[in-house]
Design a protein around this ligand. Sequence first.
Ligand code: PSU
Ligand code: MN
Length: 302
Amino acid sequence: MTELKLSEEVRNALENNLPVVALESTIISHGLPRPRNLEAAKEFEEILRSQGVVPATIAILDGVPNIGLDELGVDRIANEDLAKASVRDIPILAAANKSGATTVAATAHLASLAGIRVFATGGLGGVHRGYTTSFDESADLSTLANTPITVIAAGVKSVLDIPATLERLETLSVPVVGWQTREFPAFWLNKSGYQLDWSVDSAEAVAQLMKAQDELGGQQGIVIANPIPVAKQWDPTEHDRILEIAFRAAEQAGISGKAVTPFLLGFIVEESKGKSLEVNLDLARNNVSLAGKIAKAWAEIN
Ligand code: PSU
Ligand code: MN
């Protein structure tokens, strides 16, 4: 029988209502270059531990969905050439005893199955530019429509179609709430130019929102949009310039489907000489740290 494998630490935390935060593995395997990806994976876990929160990094290893990785597991997601696994890949990998790094969608699905309610990532997947012809919309969105987990993200990567993504989240009835702002962030940038209807000011307010969602029968996830501080964002002019070059490169290389996000992220890191990477790490740290506070507030009211 296919079962989840919870780490000792995660099992203990869930049994005793201690705060737990899920972390995805695609950002490590496909979103960040080696060797910084391994450092980042360890650092994200450390940020949570220092807050007294248990990290649950999620990946499928040899067919087994792991909820919480040991040191070897973390090393594997950083250094093995793993498949990028979305929700539909989970049973395929499980049945074939194969390994995969889980996207936001797959991580949210598995975390929720395990009973975890808070999840930190960098940026959510979304509707890709040119979706009217490619139909390329991340399964991150449809998964959040039926997975009760709170995801802390710096919006969606600005390589996506941000207004279309926000429209889809509205259609899918996924609450999108700004963290201390009504401005939806644009991943590397503090602002996207698109406004949200709602914001929250405290971790306690997020916990109350989660509780209300539960009590009212909502099965959707909640997106907490957490902008990188202005002082740490990427220079907007440089951002716009390099994105243009990246789109052209992807088109010329004929990149499509699930390869698009990893290609663009990798290209942008190279072209920006690592600047986009530093910002990416900062915004992810910022999300992990906020997720820790929210997980604690959630444990507090339960
Ligand atoms: N955000 C990042 N780095 C990433 C991703 C998002 O900062 O690597 C990954 C996530 O795992 C997300 C996935 O779920 O990209 C979306 O891919 P796609 O567009 O193919 O669904
Ligand atoms: Mn896609």
